[in-house]
Design a protein around this ligand. Structure first.
Ligand SMILES: Cc1cc2nc3c(=O)[nH]c(=O)nc-3n(C[C@H](O)[C@H](O)[C@H](O)COP(=O)(O)OP(=O)(O)OC[C@H]3O[C@@H](n4cnc5c(N)ncnc54)[C@H](O)[C@@H]3O)c2cc1C
Length: 302
């Protein structure tokens, strides 16, 4: 049985939207195909009439500073982001996440748009974009709109994108002095699959950010604002908003870290994944992951 009848490679976003909405049967956009081709071949996705390949659209392959923000086209390959100096400078959590996705072959064809659109709660690119306060630009039949990233997710593997919607790219605020981000994950050997658990932190520091500090949790200096995302921390990519609210405008101290971890464990909903880890194991790991990721962002924000 053919898994699709028609394969179209448009050169503009408008043509992609038209191809998706005018197909005589079910139609799907694809980026690198590293998720969806497996799903089609292994029967997790029913056969479709039309596949619309987005990789020939130049607008979706741009990575640049645009209107005071970092723009990353949804069709930019993961390996390109991992190595890009602008991404490293302004969105370090994202480059760290991209560097850990799959192996070289997967990273060379997989796209950031596909990572997000698949709507998995622990996708590495997604979890890093969550702490970076990214917005997605989505094109559809009614034109273009901007969506804060959390609004894109409805459930595991279920996005809010409608028929004909294409993510064109992502806008990220530029990190300013005193602000930084970090991403870490705990995984089985890299290249095989999603992580056991991943976590990203963006923060801004207050106080004397140039003073040396003795250990991973220096006393007395402050966190002005913080964003924390954890995967898989629920049915959708998870922002730890209660933990963030507690840590904002607080000293970066061991006591506050311990209290923050209690709040995180209270608000997060870990689950057991058949092939990756139990919920208990993830609860056991998350404190160390938060401590190390927070420390990395804190040091970079100096
Ligand atoms: C061996 C292997 C290892 C992997 N390791 C990791 C890992 O470590 N971490 C991780 O996060 N992921 C991993 N993945 C999953 C996958 O490679 C990534 O999620 C990748 O970023 C998906 O991008 P893609 O372009 O290949 O998506 P595709 O397969 O092309 O598409 C995925 C979904 O997104 C939709 N889509 C794609 N682009 C758009 C767009 N611009 N607008 C709207 N919808 C769109 C498609 O319709 C489809 O539903 C791995 C996969 C494999 C096979």
């Amino acid at each position: 049985m053919n898994l699709w009848q028609q394969y179209i490679r448009p050169e503009t976003v408008a043509d992609a939207v038209t191809a998706l909405t005018s197909a005589p049967g079910p139609a799907l956009p694809i980026g690198g195909g590293t998720d969806i081709m497996l799903d089609l071949h292994q029967g997790r996705h029913s056969p479709v009439h039309t596949i619309v390949d987005l990789t020939g659209i130049p607008e979706m392959k741009i990575l640049e500073i645009r209107d005071g923000r970092l723009f990353i086209g949804a069709g930019v390959a993961i390996s390109h982001i991992a190595l890009h100096p602008l991404a490293a400078l302004y969105a370090r959590a994202l480059t760290e996440a991209c560097d850990l996705i799959g192996g070289p072959q997967v990273r060379n064809v997989a796209t950031l748009g596909g990572n997000v659109a698949h709507a998995l709660p622990a996708a590495d690119g997604t979890i890093s974009l969550m702490c970076l306060d990214a917005e997605a630009e989505v094109a559809g039949v009614a034109g273009r709109r901007r969506m804060p990233l959390p609004e894109l997710f409805l459930g595991p593997g279920k996005s809010a994108l409608k028929l004909g919607d294409v993510i064109v790219g992502f806008y990220l605020p530029l990190a300013k002095p005193g602000e930084a981000s970090a991403f870490k994950r705990i995984m089985r050997p890299q290249g095989v699959a999603l992580p056991i658990i991943n976590l990203s932190v963006w923060l801004s520091r207050s106080g004397d950010t140039s003073s040396p500090h003795p250990g991973p949790l220096p006393q007395g200096e402050g966190i002005k604002q913080i964003r924390i995302a954890v995967g898989p921390g629920g049915s959708v990519p998870f922002r730890a908003r209660n933990t963030e609210a507690f840590l904002a405008a607080k000293a970066y101290s061991p006591e506050n870290f311990t209290a923050a971890l209690d709040i995180l464990l209270e608000e997060i909903k870990f689950r057991t994944s058949a092939q990756r880890a139990t919920a208990e194991y993830r609860r056991h790991l998350v404190g160390t992951l938060l401590r190390n990721t927070l420390a990395a962002a804190w040091e970079r924000a100096e």
